[in-house]
Design a protein around this ligand. Sequence first.
Ligand SMILES: *Cc1c(COP(=O)(O)O)cnc(C)c1O
Length: 500
Amino acid sequence: MKNKQLIDYKEVLAKEVGFDPSEWKAMKELSIQMVSDMFDYMEQIPDMPVWAPTPKRVKSHFDEPIPTAPTSVEDVYKEFQQYVQPHAKGNLHPRFWSWVQGTGTPLAMMAEMLAAGLNPDVCTGDHAAMYVEEQVIEWLKTLMGFPESASGILVTGTSMANLTGLLVARDGHTDQKVRELGLHNYQSQLVLYASSETHICITKAADIMGLGQNAVRIIPATKDYKMDIELLAKTIQEDRMKGYQPFCVVANVGTVNTGAIDPLEEISMICKQEELWMHVDGAFGAFALLVPEFQQELQAMSKADSLAFDLHKWMSLPFGTGCLLVRDKRLHRQAFALQPNYLQVHERGVAAGPEPIFNYGIEMTRGFRALKIWMMLKEQGIKKIGKVIRQNIAQTYYLQHLIETEPLLEMMAPVTMNIACFRYNPGHGIEEERLNKLNKEIVMALQEEGTASTSHVILSGRYGLRIANVNHRSRKEDFEILVKAVVRIGNIAKHQIYNV
Ligand SMILES: *Cc1c(COP(=O)(O)O)cnc(C)c1O
């Protein structure tokens, strides 16, 4: 049998081409230059403004249509230097504390290059990248106090890790019935519990899983932004009486607004009594386990059935690096395993080797995320990583001290860990609405002048500045500069807003 051939192969094969450079030497020299330039750039960052608004001419540069003909690599790189590099987000700077964003490291940058150079698909096969990832998962299990028998997978971030963990929870709880038959054939409506301070990606996960956003029962937080345990227990009982089927409680280790840690021991006891899955979102906070003073409070984190965390936040690695750990490897596998005939593990050859990683998650083809984690852990060792994390917490306490001794500033929530929420308040009983406007102006003006970058936070309707300190480049003086700048900008903005 022969299909009609759509292409004249003789003509094509007479002029074969590829994407490698025609001159390796020139490409190599340019690449060495790129590395050298990037190191110079990193070194100069502390002396540059944190951020500046992207100019119009830069924005419009990206309106060009898709290139049809080739451009020389020298020109492509020049464009990068002109239009991309100088207009960065600012998160490598010592005074960037917006959102919760990692700051990167030089070695991690190189690790990304090496990983992309080898460019293995870390899904199946007998090749070193698979074993590096296995080792990294083993290390992360140890680091987070999970047992030998646990399993884990590297994913793009905590949103993905949370979704993956909740799928394991759902399928374990329903004995794989939902996985086989679909939710619409399942006997009752599944619900899960999370505090009002929980990251929005949990609601998104419930939506993606087909449970619906309302399946996330929002348990109000107490005054210190932790889950109200009594309300949790009560809501579970009420849901059972109404015929819902509770299956999971999401506990926070480091909430996004204030860095609060939910009462883990109590949640773990409720989960045990009620036979619910305990999932922990420890996106950044899980790493506080490396700090001796936090180990007691975080002890019950290792009792969780699954734990999601990022390596691109407090571990300072490039973005796209999250992890999920699951206590019961069998349940983890059952939630995702399929046996397509094109992925049979063979006795020999490149298709021998470990079980395909896609049996433990959503993605199929996966990059070599593990290399940067592996290299960073070797380069720094967990003792030093713990020391830097402890330093970030101490710096946040110091900032709290600076704010409390500055009459024009006030704290808005207690500092639990590495997050501080505060605002400018000149007193005289200014109405809340105006104060909100004033503090919003400060956040924007501070970013625009490039002195520092903070996020904003809204707590009980009050708008304030929020810093999340996962920055290994920040030093004591940076917080002093921040406080001075906020007061200075506040004093100017006050006159503009109040016409005083
Ligand atoms: C950042 C964050 C997430 C989401 O993680 P991504 O890596 O951005 O997907 C979830 N929960 C908390 C508490 C976070 O801080």
